[in-house]
Design a protein around this ligand. Structure first.
Ligand code: GDP
Length: 297
């Protein structure tokens, strides 16, 4: 991941204050104008930028900064705090069912990285929690989606339940859950269909699967490289399905950072994981404070 543009612009804006001793309210307003532009250029949601700038400015023209002998440092701290808050403050873990299995339903648009992320998550659960997951191949529309999941399953040694493409996804999920009960799998990860864009048919199908499976977690995968579009997609899915969390994929290729900084504030739902590469081990828990420090450089 490289938010170089944003990092550089924030550092430049705040850096100008370093040469000064005490700063004035005008200095604060000037630096906030530059921070605002930097965030907008990084494709952060307009409303999020507006609220962020207002909060930081209010804190920064308070006595603690204006009377400080190290005002630039104080402002860095405030920006860091507020960036962390915008992204959700604390890392949020996976929901867990009281009795097995914990059911995780993965949703998202085609190409966002849904199937890959499902495999990554199964491997993570296996490695870190000693879990025995079962993956269900519920995407019957995308050519080769089932093959892809089966190949993934073999490579990470996690079983995959599939019934081909002639059976309805709801039926596949029902049978898959029966198998998981029989085999006492502690996690079930359901792959679902994606589309190029949100449409009613897709949402109906996902709603039916949700109703049947009663998942503990509905994780939405969105592609960080698509910026504000990812935020709109997240909003749309959340309105229809009330997702429980977001996985931001392809952060390794995202040069701006707009999605990472907007999704939590716009949808109210936490980013739980980030995908940072194509390998099966490239999935990490999302820590807002670490991300904020990385952005500030
Ligand atoms: P789906 O249609 O949503 O199931 O998408 P796939 O899982 O098939 O992923 C689409 C493409 O994105 C594949 O080539 C993946 O290897 C790639 N991909 C998924 N996640 C990441 C990621 O975090 N980083 C990178 N660089 N590529 C990813």
């Amino acid at each position: 991941m490289a938010f170089e543009g944003l990092t550089e612009r924030l550092q430049n804006a705040i850096g100008k204050l370093r040469k000064k001793g005490k700063i004035s309210e005008t200095d604060v307003r000037e630096v906030m104008r530059e921070i605002r532009l930097a965030l907008l250029e990084a494709d952060v949601n307009f409303q999020v930028v507006k609220d962020f700038v207002k909060t930081v400015r209010t804190r920064a023209i308070g006595a603690e900064v204006l009377e400080s002998l190290t005002p630039a440092q104080q402002i860095v701290k405030i920006v860091n705090d507020e960036l962390t808050k915008v992204m959700g403050e604390e890392a949020v873990g996976l929901n867990k069912s009281e009795k097995i299995p914990t059911i995780i339903m993965m949703v998202g648009l085609q190409g966002a990285g849904k199937t890959t992320t499902l495999g990554k998550l199964a491997l993570k659960l296996k490695n870190e929690k000693n879990a025995r997951p079962l993956m269900i191949a519920g995407d019957i529309y995308r050519p080769a989606a089932i093959d892809q999941l089966e190949i993934l399953g073999k490579s990470i040694e996690v079983p995959v339940f599939s019934m081909g493409t002639d059976v309805s996804p709801v039926e596949i999920v029902k049978k898959g859950l029966e198998l998981a009960a029989e085999k006492k799998n502690d996690y079930v990860l359901i792959d679902t269909a994606g589309r190029l864009q949100i449409d009613e048919l897709l949402m109906d199908e996902l709603a039916q699967i949700k109703k049947l499976a009663q998942p503990n977690e509905i994780l939405l995968t969105v592609d960080a490289m698509t910026g504000q579009n990812a935020v709109e997609v997240a909003k749309g899915f959340n309105e229809q399905l009330d997702v429980t969390g977001v996985v931001l994929t392809k952060l390794d290729g995202d040069t701006r950072g707009g999605a990472a900084l907007s999704i939590r504030a716009v949808t109210g739902k936490p980013i739980k994981f980030i995908g940072q590469g194509e390998k099966m081990t490239d999935l990490d828990v999302f820590y807002p404070d670490r991300m904020s420090s990385r952005i500030l450089g």
